[in-house]
Design a protein around this ligand. Structure first.
Ligand code: NDP
Ligand code: MG
Length: 383
């Protein structure tokens, strides 16, 4: 059966891998694509996949793209209005949210309101607005299909099970490039070192988040909303080779895990065809070569990303937004070499201490909290 998809953030790591999946499956059609500013790649994608609409955040770049693709039948839109317009495109059935940052929230909400299923990669959406998104999706009868590998693993493990029989979610973590190091050793690590993820090739921001364990913290919060499990029943397990993508323990003690080579195309494809499985070319696990799978506990004293996220999640309300926004700003500063690696934690702690959480925040309050967090950080941690 033909499926018509749109991709928010088609030029990024998840976006381009989604298009690789489309390329392999003739029954997937692309109705809409979007990028921040990379119109060179977006133009190539438009020529190959023929969407009827493409959104570019940057207005000037959008105008430039319009001229470049004038020979094609594609509508170019820009800014937030453009993202919102593409999110509700009538023929589109599934929106893949592969955009980075909280900018993805409004288009995701618009798509849910318009009845589109969501293949969710953008974790910021649930972290900051899970209390709005999940009930809205339920009310509209739309599916939130996880793309993040850990959440996809859990989604696969609980397929056909009664959700009431879930006892515990076991989210696996590689531990990142600095696993085993202590705090003192992290003070002077460089951007290049932090960008060397042992197993996954991803966008820059999430790669730094993996080194700080902030990514795992965001994933715990994401899992809490997606599977309606409280924090006391979510455990992070370090499994350095990223072979087990996550596990579920059921009430009878049975543990179900999903294993595979680290390849995001599997969770992307699973989300797009759920509940059907399709052939996926690529490397397979070879247990003769693999020999062992090892486990460790996460080092919560060194990698504060995880405990800080848990704290933000327990406080709840607008605090996860502060955690996320402060981290986003801190990572941008680290990538520009304006601050050291451990300053990322200092900035998050500072912003969280300064904030008084708003219970059950509306979308406007979430976005306002984000803006205020940025302001606070800029006033205290100048570039
Ligand atoms: P990338 O940085 O590789 O890509 C981000 C995409 O978003 C690009 O297409 C970028 O366009 C676009 N974009 C950025 N800002 C805007 C904007 N203002 N308007 C429109 N488009 C914009 O990120 P990733 O693919 O790594 O990650 C995307 C999301 O998926 C994140 O939330 C991440 O946490 C999550 N995720 C990623 C995984 C991975 O393996 N990469 C795994 C699990 C989750 P442009 O190219 O023009 O800048
Ligand atoms: Mg993940």
């Amino acid at each position: 059966m033909e499926k018509i998809i749109g991709i928010l953030g088609s030029t990024g790591s998840i976006g381009t891998q989604t298009l690789e999946v489309v390329r392999e499956n003739k029954d997937l059609k692309v109705a809409a694509l979007s990028a921040g500013s990379n119109i060179e790649l977006l133009e190539k994608q438009i020529r190959e996949f023929h969407p009827s609409m493409a959104a570019v955040w940057d207005e000037e770049k959008a105008k430039e793209l319009e001229v470049r693709v004038a020979d094609l039948n594609v509508k170019i839109v820009n800014g937030m209005d453009g993202l919102l317009e593409m999110a509700v495109l009538p023929e589109m059935e599934i929106l893949v949210t592969a955009i980075v940052g909280m900018i993805g929230i409004r288009p995701t909400i618009a798509a849910i309101q318009a009845g589109k299923d969501i293949a969710l990669a953008n974790k910021e959406t649930l972290v900051t607005a899970g209390h709005l998104i999940m009930p809205m999706a339920k009310e509209k009868g739309v599916q939130i299909l996880p793309v993040d590998s850990e959440h996809s693993a859990i989604f696969q493990a609980i397929h056909g099970e009664n959700r009431k029989s879930i006892h515990k979610l076991l989210i696996t973590a590689s531990g990142g490039p600095f696993r085993g190091r202590k705090r003192e050793e992290l003070e002077t690590v460089r951007v290049e070192d932090a960008l060397k993820h042992p197993n996954w090739a991803m966008g820059q921001k999430i790669t730094i988040d993996s080194a700080t364990l902030v990514n795992k913290g965001l994933e715990v919060m994401e899992a809490k909303w997606l599977f309606d499990v409280d924090l006391d029943h979510i455990q992070v397990v370090v499994q350095p080779k990223s072979i087990i993508h996550s596990m579920v323990e059921f009430t009878d003690g049975a543990v179900m895990a999903q294993l595979g080579t680290p390849d995001m195309k599997l969770p992307i494809q699973y989300a797009l065809y759920y509940p059907e499985r399709r052939y996926l070319p690529g490397e397979r696990l070879d247990f003769g070569k693999l020999k062992e799978i090892t486990f460790e506990e996460p080092d919560m004293d060194t990698f504060l990303g995880l405990p800080l996220a848990m704290k933000a999640s327990r406080i709840g309300g607008s605090m996860p937004t502060v955690f996320n926004a402060a981290n986003e700003r801190a990572v941008a500063k680290f990538l520009k070499r304006k601050i050291g690696f451990l300053d990322i934690y200092r900035i998050i702690e500072d912003a969280m201490e300064h904030h008084e959480s708003i219970a059950n925040p509306a979308l406007e309050q979430i976005l306002e909290t984000e803006a205020k967090t940025y302001e606070w950080i800029e006033s205290r941690w100048k570039d």
